[in-house]
Write a protein that binds this ligand. Structure first.
Ligand code: 5GP
Length: 157
């Protein structure tokens, strides 16, 4: 799935100034696999928002704890997320990124989880669509556990 997404992104952004922005910490494994499947030039940066902490449901309040350092003006930004649930984190990040004057901002997420979606933000590229559940592994944690697992698991509490 990541290979196919890399091919699609390489074709869609051919000739553009592509910047991938990974959302820490969860997207670090997906981003590192994805960039190795993209065959056009690109830049990489990271952003970090305060996460769920040790719980498994969104508080709805998002806080930026690491800003983007690259100049984004006139560039084509692709935000790389591990999982989108309510969409509130994405909404907040997109608004923040638009202030830097990028040409475009699109979203790519390893998992598009529709269970609690509260916004209409479109996910432009997704590897998997799931309806529900709290998932861990492949970068996704629960209270900082399980990020290193090479596959995705459904955590049953
Ligand atoms: P949203 O703001 O869309 O509700 O949540 C986005 C963030 O919440 C994700 O980037 C991720 O950090 C966390 N999150 C949402 N659903 C899950 C899940 O099923 N498992 C894990 N580990 N984190 C999740």
């Amino acid at each position: 799935m990541v290979k196919a997404m890399g091919r699609q992104i390489s074709s869609d952004y051919n000739g553009r100034q592509l910047v991938l922005i990974g959302v820490l910490k969860g997207a670090f494994i997906f981003l590192s696999d994805l960039v190795r499947q993209i065959t056009i030039p690109l830049e990489i940066d990271f952003i970090r928002t305060a996460s769920y902490g040790s719980g498994t449901s969104s508080s709805g309040s998002v806080r930026l704890t690491k800003k983007v350092e690259l100049d984004l003006s006139g560039k084509d930004v692709l935000l790389v997320e591990d999982i989108v649930d309510t969409g509130l984190t994405l909404d907040y990040i997109i608004e923040y990124l638009r202030k830097s004057g990028p040409a475009t901002v699109k979203i790519c997420s390893f998992i598009d989880k529709r269970e609690r979606r509260q916004t209409s933000v479109p996910i432009d590229y997704a590897c998997h669509v799931v309806e529900e559940g709290f998932l861990v592994g492949y970068g996704l944690d629960h209270a900082e556990d399980y990020r290193h697992l090479p596959e995705i698991y459904h955590l049953k509490l």
